[in-house]
Design a protein around this ligand. Structure first.
Ligand code: GLN
Length: 493
C-alpha cells in the first residue's frame, strides 16, 4: 500500500517520510525541494525562518539519496528539518534572534546539529525565536515577529515561535527547539503541534547558546508524538562536552511506540492548581475533554494537589534572569558579535555595544539578574528562590509516588494577539504559569493538541518522572491514535 497515497508531501510527518523514502516512493531531493518551495511561498509573511540555504539543503538531500542507494543510511536519512537559531551551525549564521549576533558565524557546531546530521537529517535553515530565548510571543526577535499560521494577527508563542509556526504551517516536518521555562511546550500549544522537552541532561547543551544553564534543555517540535520520538531519539545521549549531560542510556522510544499498547494501568495525576484562577474556560473544557478520552482508554485520573506550584513563576523569574545576567556577560563587544562605533574607552565600548546589541527584554532580564544577585539582595531573592525550587521539586517527588504522569493545560489561554501583552511583562510572564515547574525540577514534559478554543489550538501538557520520557511519549502517541487533533492543519494561503 502506498504511504503517500493521495496526500500532499507536506502532510507527511517524520515517520511517514522515512517510510516513504524506505519504500522508494519519494526521494530526499523531492521532499527537500517541496519544503523549500513552501518556505518560499509562505514564509514571507509567517517570518518563521531567519535564514535558509536552498543549495546546501539540496546538496545534503542528494547526498542522503546517494547514501540510501548504497545501503548506507541512518534512521532519518533524507528527512528535512529546521534548527532553532540558538544552535550553533558552521555553514549558516547563528543569531539567537539578537542584533548582538546579527552576523555571527560560529566556528563550531552544536552537538544537536552534528547528531541530527549523523542521523541523516537535512538542514533547511534556522528558525526565528525570541532574542536569547527570552519571551513567550516571539515579539522579542530582532528579526521581527512571527505570525501564528492559525490566525495571522496572533502570536505563535515563544521563545521557539519560529519552530512551532513552521511545523504548524508544514514548511518542514520537524524543528529543533529549546525550553528554559516553556519555550517548546507553549509555542507548540499555541500552534497546534506536539513538542517535548526531555529531562534536563538528556540533550547536550554544547553549542546551544546559554540563557539559564540550570534550566536550558533542547528538544523537538513536530506534528505528532511518534515524530517527536524519532527526532528526540537521534538528538539525545551523553556528551562529554557538556558537563551536565546525563550518562543515562537512551531507551529505544520509537521502538516502544511501535509496540503500541493502551493506557490501562496508567495513573495520571490532575493537580487542582492547574485548573484554578487564571485558566480560560474554553481551554479548561478542551483539556478536560482530552483527559476524559485518556480515562476512557483505561487511564485512571487521580485528583492531586501541588500547592507550591503557584510559586513557580516567582522562583523562575528570579533564578533564570540571575543565570542569564551571568551568561550574557560574555557579549562585551570584544569577543563576540556587535561592537559599537568609535568607543572612547573600554567602559564606553562595553556599555554602548551592549546597549545597542541587546533588546529591551534582554536588558530587563540582565538588570533583574544583577539585582537579585547583588550583595544586599542575594539572600532575599536568589537564595530564597532556590529554596522554593527545592520545595517544588520535593512536591513533585511526592506526587510521583502515587501517579505515573501529571496532566493539565500547557497554557492558561490560547494564542493572543500581537501587541496585547508587550507593554506588560508580568502578564507576559504569566503565560508560563504551568510550564516553568518542569524546568525548575528538570522533569520531562510534553504538549500535544487536544482541541480548539475560539478557533485556536489548545495544548494538553503531560509531565513525567525524570528520565521517563517513554511514558510521556507512549501516552501521547496513544492519545493521537484515538484522536485527530494533531492532524489538523491551518490553511496557509
Ligand atoms: N517564556 C519564558 C521566558 O521568557 C521561557 C523562555 C524559554 O523557555 N526559553 O523566560
Amino acid at each position: 500500500m502506498s504511504i503517500i497515497a493521495n496526500r500532499p508531501l507536506h502532510a507527511l510527518g517524520v515517520c511517514d517520510q522515512v517510510a516513504a523514502l524506505d519504500a522508494g516512493e519519494v526521494s530526499s531531493v523531492e521532499l527537500t525541494q517541496h519544503c523549500l518551495d513552501r518556505i518560499k511561498q509562505h514564509d514571507g509573511s509567517l517570518n518563521s525562518l531567519i535564514c535558509s540555504d536552498a543549495s546546501a539543503a539540496l546538496a545534503a538531500a542528494a547526498a542522503a539519496d546517494a547514501n540510501r542507494q548504497s545501503g548506507d543510511s541512518a534512521p532519518l536519512t533524507g528527512v528535512p528539518l529546521v534548527h532553532k537559531d540558538i544552535f550553533c551551525t558552521i555553514e549558516l549564521p547563528t543569531t539567537c534572534g539578537s542584533r548582538m549576533l546579527e552576523s555571527y558565524v560560529s566556528p563550531y557546531e552544536a552537538s544537536v546539529v552534528s547528531r541530527l546530521a549523523s542521523a541523516g537529517m537535512v538542514t533547511l535553515g534556522k528558525a526565528n525565536m525570541d532574542e536569547f530565548a527570552m519571551g513567550s510571543s516571539n515579539e522579542n526577535s530582532f528579526f521581527g515577529a512571527v505570525e501564528n499560521p492559525w490566525k495571522r494577527t496572533a502570536v505563535p508563542g515563544g521563545s521557539s515561535g519560529g519552530s512551532a509556526a513552521l511545523v504548524a504551517a508544514r514548511l518542514a516536518p520537524a524543528a529543533t527547539a529549546t525550553d528554559t521555562g516553556g519555550s517548546i511546550r507553549q509555542p507548540a500549544a499555541f500552534c497546534g503541534v506536539t513538542g517535548i522537552k526531555p529531562t534536563y541532561g538528556r540533550v547536550s547543551r554544547y553549542g546551544m547558546i546559554a540563557f539559564a544553564s540550570s534550566f536550558d534543555q533542547g528538544g523537538v517540535i513536530a506534528a505528532s508524538a511518534d515524530d517527536c520520538a524519532a527526532v528526540l531519539h537521534a538528538m539525545s545521549g551523553h556528551d562529554p562536552r557538556d558537563a551536565t549531560s546525563s550518562p543515562e542510556d537512551v531507551p529505544d522510544w520509537p521502538g516502544a511506540l511501535a509496540k503500541g499498547g493502551g493506557l490501562s494501568g496508567l495513573r495520571i495525576g490532575v493537580p487542582e492548581e492547574f485548573f484554578a484562577d487564571g485558566l480560560d474556560e474554553g481551554v479548561a473544557v478542551a483539556v478536560r475533554a482530552g483527559l476524559a478520552e485518556m480515562e476512557a482508554s483505561g487511564a485512571t485520573l487521580v485528583p492531586i494537589s501541588l500547592a507550591k506550584q503557584s510559586l513557580g513563576i516567582s522562583a523562575y523569574y528570579i533564578v533564570a534572569p540571575a543565570e542569564a545576567s551571568s551568561n550574557l556577560s560574555r557579549f562585551d563587544g570584544v569577543r563576540f558579535g556587535h561592537r559599537c562605533d568609535n568607543p572612547v574607552d573600554l567602559a564606553d565600548l562595553y556599555e554602548r555595544s551592549r546597549a545597542e546589541g541587546f533588546g529591551a527584554e534582554v536588558q530587563r532580564r540582565i538588570l533583574i539578574g544583577a539585582y537579585v544577585l547583588s550583595a544586599g539582595f542575594y539572600d532575599a531573592y536568589y537564595k530564597k528562590a532556590q529554596q522554593v525550587r527545592q520545595l517544588i521539586a520535593s512536591e513533585f517527588d511526592e506526587a510521583f509516588q502515587s501517579v505515573d504522569l501529571i496532566a493539565g493545560p500547557t497554557t492558561p489561554t490560547v494564542a493572543f494577539d500581537r501587541g496585547a501583552k508587550s507593554d506588560d511583562p508580568v502578564s507576559m510572564y504569566l503565560n508560563d504559569l504551568y510550564t516553568v515547574s518542569a524546568n525548575l525540577c528538570g522533569l520531562p514534559a510534553l504538549s500535544m493538541p487536544c482541541g480548539f478554543d475560539q478557533d485556536l489550538p489548545v495544548g494538553l501538557q503531560l509531565i513525567g518522572r525524570a528520565f521517563d520520557e517513554e511514558r510521556l511519549l507512549r501516552a501521547a502517541n496513544h492519545f493521537q491514535q484515538i484522536t485527530d487533533w494533531h492532524t489538523r492543519m491551518p490553511e496557509v494561503a
